[in-house]
Design a protein around this ligand. Sequence first.
Ligand SMILES: [Zn+2]
Ligand SMILES: [Zn+2]
Ligand SMILES: [Zn+2]
Length: 172
Amino acid sequence: YISEISPESQMLYVCEWQASTDLKLTLYTYLRKQVPRIFCQKEESNPNEEEEEVERLLLHPLEYFLFGEDPDEGVKKLKQGSSSSQLCGRVFKEGETVYSCRDCAIDPTCVLCMDCFQESVHKSHRYKMHASSGGGFCDCGDVEAWKIGPCCSIHDPEAEEREETRMYKRKD
Ligand SMILES: [Zn+2]
Ligand SMILES: [Zn+2]
Ligand SMILES: [Zn+2]
């Protein structure tokens, strides 16, 4: 028999863990109780049900605990925090080929390195290229430098999020 664990009681576990002075013991006790419930104490095993219970009884409470809040919210905040640091910032060597976009660059000093340009929307725009005199840096990821497409797909935080969502294959 599997007892239901509601989101509220998940939170109770999480609070208990947060208050625990011996976290290792508390977590072990929890796992020792839940893991056999999920995998052993059943007449027939049902992989889908098992997976759902692992998510609900093990992963989700642990994520809650690690984030200290709803993990979906926590992930979102982490993304927001890191999205501002998604700049390429590559410093150009003298003679290195740099690219700018006539359609989208705010001014002619806004440039992309070759890697970023190749992965950007500006590849299909009216771009121009020139050799760097050295010392400038790639403006990929700077929302103030480009009318559209400030990030190439390497530095686009949303593209990365899509990638991770696919990796997790979460079914919330
Ligand atoms: Zn770059
Ligand atoms: Zn880039
Ligand atoms: Zn462009």
